[in-house]
Design a protein around this ligand. Structure first.
Ligand SMILES: Cc1ncc(COP(=O)(O)O)c(C=O)c1O
Length: 391
C-alpha cells in the first residue's frame, strides 16, 4: 500500500473533471464531511484548511472571547494559541506524568467563574481520560474541545476520540496518520456548535445567505476564510478508503516497540490503560534512569552507540512557560491578558505545570514508522541491546 496512490488519484481526477475546485460549490467536500462524521460517530463534520483553523472556530463556537478563560493542556501550545486568537485567556492545567495527557484533577483546580471551555489534547495518539473531564464540564457548563490532531483512530471506552467532547478537531497535515498535505476537520453532534462553526468557517456569512452577494453582509458576523479545496477533500476521500489499514499499521508499529519495552522499569512508554487505545502518531517514553543509575546523557550515548533512533527534543518547555504567554506577546499590547474586560489573575511559568516540565525533561521519542514495520522491528532489536547493556 502506498501512502498516496490510486485511491487519491481517482478522486482527484473526479474533481478535475468536474471543473469545480472550490469547496463552496464542489460535491466532494460535503460528501467527505458526511463520511468522516459517520465513520467517527458524530452528527456533523466541517472541513477546514488546518487544525489550527478548526481550533480557532471551536473556541469561538464555545463562546469564549475577551475576558473569558479556557483551560488548556501544556505539552503543546496549539490550544493556547487558538484561545489567544479569540482574545480569551489560556489557563494551563497540568498533565498526568505517565499518560502525558491532561489531569482531570488539575482541570478542576483551574476552573473560575470566567472559564468557558477546556481544550484537551489526545497527545501522541492517546486519548485523555474523558469520563471525569466530561463530568466536570457538565458540572460547570463548559464546552470540551478535543484537540485530536495527533490521535485519529484512537478510542476511549470504545468510542473514537474526536466525537467524545462537544467538538473534536482533526489535522491532516502531512505528518499525521491520515494526511492531505494540509487540512483539518471539526466534528460535533451539537447543532448549535455546528451552525456557529459553519458561519465562522466562511467569512461570517450565514450558510443560507452565502449565495446572495447583495445581502449576505447584512446579517453577517465576523468569520474567517478557513475553506479547504476540493483537491484536499479528494485526497481525504482516498485516505478514508484505506484508513483501516493505515491506522492498523500505526497500532502495529506501536505494538512492536511496546513489546520491546515490556517490563522495562527505566524507559516507560506512555501508559495505556484498558479503557484507551493508542493510535501512535509518535512513540513517547518517560525516562526514569535514576532507577538503574543511568543518566540521560549516558542513555543518549548508549542509544547512539547501538544506533537506536531516538530524539529528545519535542517541545522542551511547558507551554505555561513560553514567552508567548509569559511576556503576553500575542498582540504586543498586553491583550488579551492586560485587558479591561479581563478580571482574572492568570499565572504562567514552569511552576504552574511542573509535571509537564518534568516529563519534557525526561521525554524520549523512539524512532518509529507506520510505513516501515521492518524498521520498527530493527528498533525493537536495538532496544533489546540497550536494555541488555543497562539492566
Ligand atoms: C496537537 C496538535 N494540535 C494542532 C496542531 C495544528 O495542526 P495543523 O497543522 O493542521 O494546523 C498540531 C500540529 O502538529 C498538533 O500536533
Amino acid at each position: 500500500m502506498q501512502r498516496f496512490g490510486a485511491e487519491e488519484l481517482g478522486y482527484l481526477q473526479q474533481v478535475i473533471e468536474s471543473q469545480e475546485l472550490g469547496s463552496n460549490n464542489g460535491d466532494l467536500t460535503p460528501a467527505v464531511e458526511e463520511r468522516f462524521a459517520k465513520n467517527w460517530g458524530a452528527e456533523y463534520g466541517i472541513c477546514v484548511n488546518s487544525a489550527m483553523s478548526g481550533l480557532h472556530m471551536a473556541v469561538a463556537a464555545a463562546g469564549a472571547g475577551a475576558g473569558d478563560e479556557v483551560i488548556c493542556d501544556p505539552v503543546v501550545h496549539f490550544g493556547g494559541c487558538a484561545v489567544l486568537y479569540n482574545n480569551a485567556v489560556p489557563v494551563f492545567a497540568d498533565i498526568d506524568p505517565y499518560t502525558f495527557t491532561i489531569d482531570p484533577a488539575a482541570i478542576r483546580e483551574r476552573i473560575s467563574e470566567r472559564t468557558k471551555a477546556i481544550i484537551c489534547t489526545n497527545l501522541f495518539g492517546l486519548p485523555c481520560d474523558y469520563d471525569p473531564i466530561m463530568e466536570i464540564a457538565g458540572e460547570y457548563n463548559l464546552i470540551v474541545i478535543e484537540d485530536n490532531a495527533q490521535a485519529v483512530g484512537a478510542t476511549y471506552k470504545g468510542k473514537y476520540t474526536g466525537s467524545i467532547g462537544h467538538i473534536g478537531v482533526f489535522s491532516f497535515q502531512q505528518s499525521k496518520q491520515l494526511a492531505t498535505g494540509d487540512g483539518g476537520m471539526c466534528l460535533t453532534s451539537d447543532k448549535h456548535l455546528h451552525d456557529e462553526m459553519r458561519i465562522t468557517r466562511l467569512i461570517g456569512w450565514l450558510p443560507e445567505k452565502r449565495g446572495d452577494v447583495a445581502q449576505r453582509w447584512r446579517e453577517g458576523r465576523l468569520g474567517w476564510n478557513y475553506r479547504n479545496t476540493e483537491m484536499v477533500a479528494a485526497v481525504l476521500m482516498g485516505q478514508l478508503d484505506k484508513a483501516d489499514a493505515i491506522l492498523d499499521n500505526h497500532r502495529k508499529a506501536g505494538a512492536i516497540l511496546t513489546e520491546a519495552l515490556e517490563g522495562c522499569e527505566w524507559l516507560l512508554p506512555q501508559r495505556v490503560d484498558e479503557e484507551r487505545t493508542h493510535t501512535y502518531w509518535v512513540y513517547g517514553c518517560r525516562f526514569e534512569g535514576e532507577k538503574v543509575e543511568l543518566t540521560m546523557d549516558e542513555f543518549k550515548r548508549l542509544a547512539a552507540e547501538k544506533e537506536l533512533a531516538a530524539s529528545y527534543h519535542y517541545t522542551t518547555l511547558t507551554s505555561s512557560a513560553i514567552p508567548l504567554f509569559t511576556e503576553i506577546r500575542a498582540y504586543g499590547k498586553g491583550c488579551p491578558i492586560e485587558c479591561p474586560l479581563y478580571e482574572g489573575d492568570v499565572k504562567y511559568g514552569v511552576e504552574q505545570t511542573p509535571n509537564c516540565q518534568e516529563l519534557l525533561d525526561r521525554l524520549v521519542l523512539l524512532g518509529f514508522s507506520a510505513w516501515d514495520l521492518d524498521f520498527c522491528k530493527q528498533q525493537a532489536e536495538k532496544i533489546a541491546e540497550v536494555r541488555a547493556a543497562v539492566e
